[in-house]
Design a protein around this ligand. Structure first.
Ligand code: PEP
Length: 245
């Protein structure tokens, strides 16, 4: 069975409300036939983006969730809240959260578990630093992150893995297609230890994906889509990446 591609836009802490509405409306007006599209706007804009998307089939996701359902956690958002507002997915373990908020693999696993309990698809991010790649430890680091971050209940319907080398995020630099292929092959093998239907899990590549490099990255074996940051903030760029599938 072929794995249908997913092109996910991580808007991070960008856009005004008006920009978010316009971006969502522009993307929803031209949904891709080749790939599923997922938009992950800042949390305060989720409901407005949901209205713009409507029933077009473009999906909505959060950028993070708390491991628990409710309680005294000022500033946090539960997976249940994201589900109630219309999200189908949530990103967990993005490298910016692992760095800025010191999130460990165990915390990422707990967040992914919370997402699954709430009926969301967890988009679990992994990726090595430049120093780790230079030391030849990239495969081992990512393997360790996968082992530590994937919850026991994960399967191909509720879990997506995004490989995002930290040094490629927002830098305009990307690994070679050979390096992406080697990492994605490795990830496919490693996740089989934790996920019985590992062959069908979507493995996304993320890190400086643009319309110019999307076709060659998306053509790599075991790359089933992309997690896009900067280029997801322009309607034309995001749709061009989806069209490259
Ligand atoms: C990201 O941070 O998820 C990302 C892929 O960013 P960019 O595309 O801007 O490198």
């Amino acid at each position: 069975m072929a794995v249908r591609a997913l092109i996910a836009g991580n808007w991070k802490m960008n856009t005004s409300l008006a920009e978010a509405r316009s971006l969502a409306a522009g993307i929803a007006a031209q949904p891709s036939a080749a790939a599923d599209l997922l938009l992950c706007p800042p949390a305060p804009w989720l409901q407005s983006v949901a209205s713009e998307i409507g029933a077009t089939g473009v999906m909505l996701g959060g950028q993070d969730c708390h491991p628990t359902s409710a309680g005294a956690h000022t500033g946090d958002i539960s997976a249940e809240m994201l589900a109630e507002i219309g999200c189908s997915h949530v990103i967990v373990g993005h490298s910016e959260r692992r760095t800025d908020h010191w999130e460990s693999d165990a915390q990422v696993q707990a967040k992914a578990d919370a997402a699954l309990r709430a009926g969301l698809v967890a988009v679990i991010c992994v990726g090595e630093s430049e120093a780790e790649r230079d030391a030849g430890r990239d495969l081992a680091v990512v393997g360790g992150q996968l082992a530590g971050s994937i919850p026991a209940a994960a399967n191909a319907n509720n879990t997506v893995i995004a490989y995002e080398p930290v040094w490629a995020i927002g830098t305009g630099r990307t690994p070679t297609v050979q390096d992406v292929a080697a990492m994605h092959d490795h990830m496919r093998t490693v996740i089989a230890d934790k996920i019985s239907d590992a062959a069908h899990v979507k493995l996304l590549y993320g890190g400086s994906v643009t319309p110019a490099n999307a076709a060659e990255l998306l053509a790599v074996a075991n790359v089933n889509g992309a997690l896009v940051g900067g280029a997801s903030l322009q309607v034309e760029d995001f749709l061009a990446i989806a069209a490259a599938v």
